[in-house]
Design a protein around this ligand. Structure first.
Ligand SMILES: Cc1cc2nc3c(=O)[nH]c(=O)nc-3n(C[C@H](O)[C@H](O)[C@H](O)COP(=O)(O)OP(=O)(O)OC[C@H]3O[C@@H](n4cnc5c(N)ncnc54)[C@H](O)[C@@H]3O)c2cc1C
Length: 342
């Protein structure tokens, strides 16, 4: 274990000498501090930085870590993950401090955000600029990087409806390249990074995106930034729509307890939302340890205070299995189970 941690330390030191930047590094970091579910054991090493050199540092870091076979997990706002109680072996690259300054191309209704920008901050920036298109995201927890990776959706809109281009750090030797994601327009090769390149891709809604699906899920990549194609709009109307969405989330109890939003994906073939099916089967309120199927929302599991990741996983499996038994439907979790599970 010590040699393994030493080799992580050596890689970090080496990358910082090549790309000087202030980096926060913690060993044995409890991941419950970094997830909205407030569960998750320790990561062997956790790294975060908001400095301009961060993407270049990451390029070299990923390069070296892959060579040394050190696993790396990319974390955004931790709003869609359940991290195991045993935690994460290897390194967590936390992108949530890699935030704006957001850019606006002169005379264009396009906003560019660094991937760690919170989703809600991005929607507010669009409002401030008098640009319409991100209202549906107001109040959604997480980061822009996570939202692009997940193709997050709500209120009948999804990220791919407004995404113009993304800059990604990608392993060029990866079997899945960028061609499925859209048109490649620019490649930057960070010095000494042989494998990881920064590629700017104009995304295309018809390629690789689907319900809670993005082409990035198949790639070994870190989303660095994302640009959104918006329209000039009336600020009062934009603000009103955002407020309506925030209020709707509040009314649905989204912010009452630690959670990760919807647990299961919806599927048109079921004829109704997953939450309604769970409700009709009387599964609301089902408990395991400190985890509970929210009494106020069929498709949300909440941490009532002392939940373990294991409780959340058990309850997820239990609900899916009861639904299958009673209806034959196979529920697919939307939340991601990350880390070491027994
Ligand atoms: C109260 C509540 C309500 C929610 N409502 C909705 C909703 O209406 N619709 C919806 O779609 N989701 C919803 N969610 C889930 C969550 O907000 C979204 O999925 C969000 O997009 C997750 O972003 P994140 O930054 O937290 O990602 P994380 O949870 O940190 O990560 C999710 C995945 O994205 C990857 N990832 C994150 N950042 C990057 C990056 N920069 N580069 C590469 N990969 C990356 C991670 O590796 C991981 O695989 C809700 C969550 C909560 C807590």
């Amino acid at each position: 274990m010590r040699t393994y941690i030493n080799s992580i330390k050596n890689i970090i030191e080496y990358c910082i000498t090549r790309f000087p930047c202030k980096i926060e590094v913690r060993y044995n970091e409890p991941m419950k501090e970094h997830t909205t579910f407030k569960v998750g054991g320790p990561a062997d090493c956790w790294i975060q930085s908001g400095e301009d050199n961060f993407p270049f540092f990451c390029a070299l870091f990923l390069n070296c870590a892959r060579m040394e076979k050190i696993p790396v997990f990319i974390l955004g706002g931790g709003a869609n993950v359940v991290i195991s109680d045993r935690g994460i072996r290897g390194v967590v690259l936390d992108t949530s401090a890699w935030k704006s300054p957001q850019k606006r191309e002169k005379n264009r209704a396009e906003l560019v955000f660094r991937s760690g920008t919170t989703i809600d901050d991005a929607s507010v920036a669009a409002l401030d600029a008098g640009l319409s298109g991100l209202e549906f995201l107001a109040g959604m927890p997480g980061t822009i990087g996570g939202a692009v990776w997940m193709n997050a959706r709500c209120y009948g809109r999804e990220i791919s409806d407004v995404l113009s281009w993304t800059e990604i750090l990608i392993n060029d030797e990866c079997a899945v390249g960028t061609k499925d994601a859209g048109a490649l327009v620019q490649v930057t090769r960070p010095k000494e990074s042989k494998k990881y390149l920064i590629k700017k891709i104009y995304t295309n809604k018809t390629t690789g995106f689907g319900y809670k699906q993005s082409p990035f899920q198949k790639m070994d990549c870190l989303i660095v930034s994302a640009a959104f194609n918006l329209k000039k709009g009336d600020k009062d109307k934009i603000a009103e729509d955002m407020e309506k969405n925030r209020q709707d989330r509040k009314n649905k109890g989204h912010y009452l307890f630690p959670c990760a939003g919807s647990v299961f994906k919806n599927n048109h073939e079921f004829g109704k939302p997953a939450g309604v099916i769970i409700d009709e089967l009387g599964l609301k309120g089902l408990k395991k340890g400190g985890a509970q199927a929210a009494p106020f929302h069929g498709n949300i599991i909440i941490n009532t205070g002392d939940a373990k990741a294991e409780d959340i996983r058990y309850l997820t499996d239990e609900i899916a299995s009861k639904v299958k038994e009673k209806t034959g439907f196979i529920f697919e979790p939307e939340i991601l189970f990350i880390g070491e599970w027994s």
